[in-house]
Design a protein around this ligand. Structure first.
Ligand SMILES: Cc1cc2nc3c(=O)[nH]c(=O)nc-3n(C[C@H](O)[C@H](O)[C@H](O)COP(=O)(O)O)c2cc1C
Length: 221
């Protein structure tokens, strides 16, 4: 058993004990349900996408990842940032890095799911050697829940770009790595799809299959 499994089991044991001492049927049922889910390796997964192309390449990878993860029994929720209203952080610091944000917009969905998520998946096109602004706006808004997301979680990166040079993917991969390192999250896998420009081009490659397989195995990695 690794350290994370140990912590999860210990914490779920404490949660179960608290629920029992509270003596509520709902509390007991919740604790038992949570323990069963953990024993089976089932995770809550939040997928954040950043492309404005609905049938684009990174969204296709997200679709395949989700299919694999759901087939493996995980609970997946998806947030398509490009089709939501997420105001960029304005650094007002009213949240104090752990409180309500001045903007009451679609980020509330992320706020509601990310704290309890066991895994967060980032799916993005490469835009000028970085992640898309739509996804970056979501990540910057982590600031208001910073105090609550520094917990062990798994993560994955699904990224698509037109060029074929692996060196050009390095800045995004590096960003992903330092973000995970800062948050204390663990990389569960990446699909970096190069050489795909038009929407749908990725379907003519084996990257979707890789995303599907990643979704299937994340509970075990
Ligand atoms: C604004 C913009 C910037 C882009 N910048 C890059 C780039 O720096 N390098 C690259 O290889 N492709 C670049 N591309 C191409 C996309 O990364 C590529 O088409 C990708 O597969 C799009 O993913 P999507 O279909 O999920 O939106 C850019 C495309 C756009 C629209």
């Amino acid at each position: 058993m690794d350290r994370r499994d140990f912590m999860k089991k210990t914490l779920s044991g404490v949660a179960a004990a608290l629920a029992v001492s509270a003596g509520t049927k709902a509390g007991i049922a919740f604790a038992e349900e949570k323990r069963t889910a953990e024993e089976e390796g089932k995770m809550k997964i939040l997928v954040l996408t950043g492309s404005p192309r609905k049938n684009g390449n990174s969204n296709t990878l997200a679709d395949y990842f989700i299919r694999g993860a759901e087939e493996a029994g995980h609970e997946v929720v998806r947030f398509d940032a490009a089709f939501k209203n997420v105001h960029p952080c304005i650094a007002c610091n009213k949240c104090g890095m752990d409180g309500p944000c001045v903007f009451k917009d679609d980020f509330e969905f992320v706020r509601a799911h990310i704290v309890d998520a066991d895994m967060v998946v980032f799916a993005t096109p490469m835009y000028y050697f970085g992640i898309s602004a739509q996804l970056k706006a979501v990540i910057d808004r982590f600031y208001a829940i910073n105090g609550r997301i520094h917990r062990p979680k798994k993560a994955a990166l699904l990224m698509t770009y037109a060029d074929t040079s692996a060196a050009e993917a390095v800045p995004i991969e590096k960003h992903y790595e330092v973000l995970l390192n800062y948050l204390g999250w663990t990389d569960a896998g990446r699909v970096i799809a190069s050489g795909v420009w038009p929407a749908g081009a990725v379907k003519r490659t084996d990257y979707p299959q890789k995303a599907y397989e990643l979704g299937k195995r994340v509970g075990r990695s």
